[in-house]
Structure formats: structure tokens, C-alpha cells
Design a protein around this ligand. Structure first.
Ligand code: ADP
Length: 270
């Protein structure tokens, strides 16, 4: 089942990509109630694997979350990642680079946020912003952002060679559902603090982002660090799809709890 899911939403390496060909509202025939139970089961299996990952302390998992405003990156962190032991999970939200970050190359802050051995790192936005934003907003010349595809491929390949599994999710929300969510956010006094005027500016250049995301995924989805385009119009199926793909990744890592030390035999704690 998980294998089928992974194939369905996987971005093929190096092939032209059209986001329009990926669904935004596919719920895979699940219904909301059973998906809730299935999510709880999946999270508890994730947590079991994460426990083994921490005990083994040899591999790491890096989960990259990208997507338009209101696509549900924060919701995913809240509903899926919180099922794991927080002692072994580091969530990093990347904002517009500021202060010292601006004095370094763009990968500097990302490298510092990579998960240590035994840890899971979750990136809410990522180094991909360093291609997307400069490109759509014309902040640097084309050559500068274009060569970053190669930098990022090499950077991720290095992480993988050194023991980090990398999986990347694009939360694929439709233009209409984004409109509804941004409107609801503005109208609801409990959530209006989340409104950022730049969300509306970015919405106006929707096609520019669409093209930029398509190119990014075509250039950087590789078997060692794949992209998944996850339908994100329906929150409960979005969470379940991502959770299942993460579980599958953890199971493939197959972390091993260290064998008991023979010298412990016969020791009695008094
Ligand atoms: P979010 O929109 O993810 O909920 P924020 O409202 O704090 O969180 O927005 C973060 C903003 O920082 C986004 O507009 C994003 O595009 C921007 N950002 C993140 N990384 C970079 C980067 N490397 N270069 C430019 N902008 C960035």
C-alpha cells in the first residue's frame, strides 16, 4: 500500500513535470473517520521506528516540507510529527534570512539545522526557498539561482552518503482552496494574527511560483532524495499520506537497537 502511494505521488527524476497533472484533492478512497484511526496507527508505528533510530544512533532522517501559503505545513508538523518523541525531533522553520544568516552562503543555516545521528529533522520551508524566492521576485540574476540546483543536489547527496535519509514533500493545494483558507484565516479573530500581507502578493504571482516549483522538483528529485507531490486540499488525507510515506522511509532505514552487552549478564541493581 505504502509503496503504491509512494509511486503515485513521486516526482520522476529529471523528467519534465506539470503540477497540473498531480491531483490536489485525491483522498484515495479513504473516509475521514477511518483515516483518523489509520493516522493514529501510522504515527504509533513511526514512533516505534523512531525509538529504534535513536537507540541505534547511526542514521538520520531529514523531512523537507514545502508548499504555498496555507498548504498545511504547520498543520502537518502539529498533527503528524508530534507523535514522535520530541527529544529526537528537531523542527526548523526557515524565515527570510536575517542578521548573521545573510553574512554566509545560503546553505550555511541549513547545514547547521541538519539532524544529528539518531535524530529526525523536519524543515518547514528550506534551502529550496533560496531558489524559489530570488527567482520569482527577481532578487538575483538568473545564473545565481540556476546554479543552486546543482549545489542542492550535491549537498543532499553528501548528506545521504553520510547517513541521512532525505525525503521532500510539496503540499499541493489548489488556487481555490488556498483562497478559502486565507479568507477564513482573515475572518476568524482566533487566526487573523497569522495573516501576512505577503501571502496575498505571492498569490497574485501564482503561475510564477508554479513554474518555479516545477523546475525545482524536476531538477532535484532524485532516487537518493525524492520529491513527493501530496494532494493537500483535504487535510486529513494529506496528513495520512505524508505519515505513511515517512513510516515507509523509517522502515526502509531499518534501524537496529544495539545488541545487549554480554558483560551486563548477572548484574543486579541493588
Ligand atoms: P510561513 O509562511 O511558512 O507560515 P512565515 O509567515 O514566517 O511562515 O513566512 C516565512 C517567509 O520566509 C516566507 O514568505 C518565505 O518565503 C520566506 N523565506 C524563507 N526562506 C527564505 C529564503 N531563503 N529567502 C527568501 N525568503 C525566504
Amino acid at each position: 500500500m505504502a509503496d503504491k502511494l509512494m509511486r503515485k505521488f513521486l516526482v520522476a527524476a529529471g523528467k519534465p513535470l506539470s503540477l497540473a497533472s498531480f491531483p490536489t484533492d485525491d483522498t484515495l478512497g479513504w473516509d475521514k473517520d477511518s483515516a483518523k484511526g489509520e493516522l493514529a496507527k501510522t504515527i504509533s508505528l513511526m514512533s516505534f521506528e523512531q525509538h529504534r533510530l535513536m537507540a541505534e544512533a547511526k542514521q538520520s532522517l531529514l523531512i523537507v516540507l514545502q508548499g504555498r501559503d496555507a498548504s498545511g505545513k504547520d498543520g502537518l508538523v502539529r498533527h503528524v510529527m508530534t507523535g514522535m518523541n520530541p527529544a529526537g525531533v528537531q523542527v526548523t522553520s526557515f524565515k527570510v534570512p536575517a542578521g548573521t544568516e545573510r553574512m554566509h552562503d545560503y546553505l550555511w543555516r541549513c547545514h547547521a539545522a541538519c539532524p544529528a545521528k539518531g535524530e529526525v529533522g523536519v524543515w518547514n520551508r528550506s534551502h529550496y526557498e533560496d531558489i524559489l524566492v530570488p527567482r520569482v521576485k527577481n532578487l538575483v540574476d538568473d545564473e545565481t539561482w540556476s546554479r543552486r540546483y546543482r549545489h542542492i543536489r550535491d549537498f543532499e547527496h553528501m548528506l545521504v552518503d553520510e547517513g541521512t535519509k532525505v525525503i521532500k514533500f510539496y503540499l499541493h493545494v489548489s488556487h481555490e482552496v488556498q483562497r478559502q483558507r486565507l479568507q477564513k484565516r482573515i475572518d476568524n479573530p482566533e487566526s487573523s494574527w497569522k495573516h501576512d500581507p505577503s501571502d496575498l502578493t505571492d498569490r497574485r504571482i501564482w503561475p510564477l511560483y508554479e513554474n518555479a516549483y516545477e523546475d525545482v522538483m524536476r531538477e532535484t528529485s532524485r532516487p537518493y532524495a525524492p520529491w513527493y507531490v501530496v494532494p493537500a486540499d483535504v487535510k486529513w488525507s494529506r496528513d495520512l499520506i505524508v505519515a505513511k510515506i515517512i513510516l515507509n522511509a523509517l522502515q526502509a532505514m531499518d534501524p537496529q537497537v544495539p545488541a545487549p552487552d554480554d558483560s551486563l549478564k548477572g548484574i543486579t541493581v541493588e
